[in-house]
Design a protein around this ligand. Structure first.
Ligand code: BMA
Length: 374
């Protein structure tokens, strides 16, 4: 009897321990800072949303590489809470990425953001290893060609080596590895990338996920990574999970959404966005993972009250812990213009500031006190 009581007590203790600290991240050998990041993000579920921006300190609509500058900071007085960068072309040993961001500058910005208590998420628009084309060279058969036994497996390994060497070189001031949310094979249910749904089977993509994570974690011994799985627009939980590699590998469940095409009108966008947010809330809850909006935007934000009338009210009743707005590229080489957060003078600037001052959205000033790495 005594033994049974002691066992019950220990089981109870275990459960309250799990409740108190949330689940641990998927890598059981993750560094203390990486574990802390996971745990702290987990605890923000339903409480706060970290606001993020791709390439934030690199350039804005009207500037490039001005030390300390950020379109978000120009409007709100604070840097974002989460920063996104893309590693496309690191696989080729280039000095700069597909959007001309030099990797040495990226490294410096990552370190500065980490020192300020910000979170870093990296995506990878890696080239097509079979054809030598870009990530958008959506030929079939590429995934099979880089898996073990495939003709491009060795080449893919050298690409993972280069990726790993960058990820492993990101260090804080005490020599600790900087935790990274790594978002591989993004928008995997779309058809535009070579890893997309029309180019490989669910099983091939799952194998690629497993192979890549195993390579980075176990071969390259990187233990500063949280892995984000993310789709583009999706219509059901079944579709979302079709290419999911497994709870033992993934930490964050996200999706990307842009207000355009058939959801360009506010009403249609809100309705669709809301449905997806509800789905991701319940999927993440069922798998005990962290829900996130891994990319979003309404290009040029032409609606002066979009932030407080459309974006914020829709996310407010959901559980995503971060939302990453895409890059403020400004005028691009092909003549098109792209920006997703306002800059001084943009029509939604004052509304963005208003959103930043209300509710539970966190920018850098809000995340600092959360000591997210401890
Ligand atoms: C797209 C656009 C492109 C860019 C790519 C990768 O959405 O912003 O201009 O090259 O992302 O960052």
């Amino acid at each position: 009897m005594k033994r049974i009581l002691v066992s019950c007590f220990l089981i109870g203790l275990c459960y309250s321990f799990t409740d108190l600290y949330g689940q641990d991240c998927s890598d059981k050998q993750a560094t203390p800072e990486t574990r802390a990041l996971y745990r702290n993000l987990f605890h923000l579920i339903g409480k706060n949303v970290l606001f993020g921006h791709q390439d934030d300190p690199c350039y804005g609509v009207q500037w490039q590489y001005i030390p300390g500058r950020s379109d978000i900071r120009d409007i709100t007085g604070s840097y974002p809470a989460i920063y996104g960068y893309d590693l496309g072309r690191i696989e080729l040993g280039w000095m700069y990425n597909l959007d001309s961001v030099p990797f040495d500058k990226m490294k410096l910005f990552i370190r500065e953001a980490y020192d300020r208590g910000g979170v870093i998420t990296l995506s990878w628009h890696l080239n097509n290893p079979l054809t030598g084309g870009t990530a958008w060279d959506n030929k079939p058969g590429v995934v099979a060609s880089i898996l073990p036994g495939g003709p491009k497996n060795e080449l893919y390994n050298t690409w993972l080596d280069r990726l790993a060497s960058f990820l492993g070189s990101l260090k804080g001031k005490n020599g600790e590895s900087i935790p990274i949310v790594l978002r591989l094979f993004h928008e995997l249910n779309g058809g535009w990338f070579w890893w997309g749904k029309d180019q490989c089977s669910p099983d091939e993509l799952k194998q690629l996920w497993r192979y890549s994570i195993h390579y980075l974690r176990d071969e390259k011994k990187l233990h500063n990574l949280l892995f984000a799985f993310n789709t583009d627009k999706f219509y059901s939980g079944k579709e979302y999970m079709e290419r999911y590699p497994g709870d033992e590998l993934i930490d964050i469940l996200g999706f990307d959404i842009y207000q355009k095409d058939e959801i360009r009108e506010n009403k249609a966008f809100i309705q669709f966005f809301n449905t997806e947010l509800s789905l991701i809330d319940s999927i993440a809850q069922a798998h005990r993972k962290i829900p996130a909006l891994t990319e979003f935007g309404f290009n040029l934000v032409p609606d002066s009250s979009w932030w407080t009338n459309v974006f914020y009210p829709t996310i407010a009743s959901h559980q995503i812990v971060y939302a990453l707005a895409w890059r403020n590229a400004g005028k691009k080489k092909d003549g098109s213009v792209e920006f997703y957060v306002p800059y001084p003078g943009a029509v939604s600037a004052s509304d963005f500031k208003k959103m930043s001052e209300s509710g539970n959205i966190l920018f850098e000033t809000g995340i600092k006190s959360k000591n997210i790495y401890r």
